[in-house]
Write a protein that binds this ligand. Structure first.
Ligand code: PMP
Length: 440
């Protein structure tokens, strides 16, 4: 059976993962009888865990009322209510929501909106985007070109290489020089970004694109204080936009709805997905500032980009229910509280481990970085695939955790990422760290 299904279905053409046949709370159940605690929420998706009764009720109700209506003809109640929930109060000036089917689509829409905005302002030469090495923005061709993930890009080069360039990420563990203060590190990165604007020609840059907390490619990497304020200042000075990719870090994962709330800056355009719908339906969104939308409203009058499943009623109903539960149950406070506990337990368990070099993150978004040598911070030989081995070992023992980083070309640092559901109990946090400790 395994050989048959990997032939017709799976991404791996040689192996078939066990079938998931159900879930409840933070647990997933496999056909082989295993119960797995979903400590990474898949890939930071399942923020409410599995089969949450209020989300299931909302989905069932919507499915029995209206599953789909094309946006060329109709709007729908769940789409309007969800947009109102996300941008009705104009957080950081974001006043428009555009619902797509996932993170890569949200990033692509963000890039295209930035281009259209400048075309309509009479600045069509603003075609360059500056992003960062060791970032992930998705797997469609445009999003892949935006990302700075060498091994994912290489097979498809040159991608859209004329549009995207990459600067050093604010990844202190690997990029900060010895003896350098946070302020000096931020100043050095800001100088590099400024130099990149100058190299390209400042009036040819459309936007700078970054994840506020870098997820899968670097492992829950937060920026030093002041970094995003410096970035915002540079973008503003040159008339470029700031696009933040909060596909992984957003919708409560770091303890605030958006991670940028903790950086003292707001983006002009933002991509969200994962925690928006919590995995109950495929959904992502691009949020845009009123300034951008007003320009287009008084210009061509329509965003040129479109998809068949825009603002899908079922997807919007699921996301609306997920966001209602987060708000009504005060889950952002839970994320902060459990996040502190998770940090503490990880530090107790791995703080002196000779092969764990860094423990980092924010909210319920944490990673441990595996090192061959703590002093030099060198990674293990990527061929060992230690992160994958830990994932497999943990999974065999009923723990789902996400392996990232660690490739021969340009991605520094094997790590294991944890992004448990916001509903995870204190006992379950302890269990996650115990099981991870055993696997490591
Ligand atoms: N951006 C970031 C920051 C992500 O983490 C991801 C998914 N891992 C994406 C974009 C792409 O999202 P999707 O897989 O839903 O297309």
């Amino acid at each position: 059976m395994a050989a048959r299904t990997s032939r017709v279905l799976h991404r791996s053409l040689r192996e078939t993962p066990p079938k998931a046949i159900g879930g409840e709370g933070v647990y997933l159940f496999a056909e082989d009888g295993r119960r797995v605690i979903d400590a990474s929420g898949g890939a930071a998706v399942s923020c409410l865990g599995h089969q949450h009764p209020r989300v299931i009720a909302a989905l069932t109700k919507q499915a029995s009322t209206l599953a789909y209506a094309h946006t060329a003809f109709f709007s729908s109640e769940p789409a309007e209510a969800l947009a109102e929930t996300l941008v009705g109060h104009e957080p950081g000036g974001l006043a428009y929501a555009y619902f797509v089917s996932g993170g890569s689509e949200a990033v692509e829409a963000s890039i295209k909106l930035a281009r259209q905005y400048f075309i309509e302002r009479g600045e069509p030469q603003r075609q360059h985007f500056i992003a960062r090495r060791q970032s992930y923005h998705g797997n469609t061709l445009g999003a892949l070109a935006a990302g700075g993930n060498a091994w994912r890009r290489a097979p498809y080069a040159p991608l859209l290489s004329n549009a995207f360039s990459h600067v050093t990420p604010a990844f202190a563990y690997h990029e900060k020089h010895e003896g350098e203060s946070d302020a000096q590190f931020v100043a050095r990165l800001a100088a590099e970004l400024e130099a990149e604007f100058q190299r390209l020609g400042p009036d040819t840059v459309a936007a700078f694109l970054a994840e506020p907390v870098v997820g899968a490619t670097a492992g829950a990497v937060t920026a030093p204080d002041g970094y995003f304020r410096a970035v915002r200042e540079i973008c503003d000075r040159h008339g470029a936009l700031l696009i933040l990719d909060e596909v992984m870090s957003g919708m409560g994962r770091t303890g605030t709805t958006h991670a940028w709330e903790q950086e003292g800056v707001a983006p002009d355009i933002q991509a969200i997905a994962k925690g928006l719908g919590g995995g109950y339906q495929p959904i992502g969104a691009m949020l845009a500032s009123g300034r951008i939308i007003d320009t287009i409203r008084s210009g061509s009058g329509a965003f040129l980009h479109g998809h068949t499943y825009l603002a899908h009623p079922l997807a919007c109903a699921a996301a609306l229910a997920v966001q209602d539960v987060i708000r009504e149950d005060g889950l952002l406070d839970r994320v902060k509280e459990r996040g502190k506990q998770l940090e503490q337990r990880l530090t107790e368990r791995f703080g002196n481990h000779r092969h764990i070099g860094d423990i980092r993150g924010r909210g319920l978004f944490w990673a441990i970085e595996l090192v061959a040598d703590r002093a030099s911070r060198t990674s293990f030989d990527p061929a060992l695939k230690l992160n994958q081995k830990i994932k497999a070992e943990a999974f065999a023992n009923g723990l789902g955790c996400y392996p990232g980083g660690g490739t021969a070309d340009g991605i520094r640092g094997d790590h294991v990422l944890l992004a448990p559901p916001y509903i995870t109990s204190a006992e379950e946090i302890d269990l996650i760290v115990d099981k991870l400790g055993t696997a490591v």
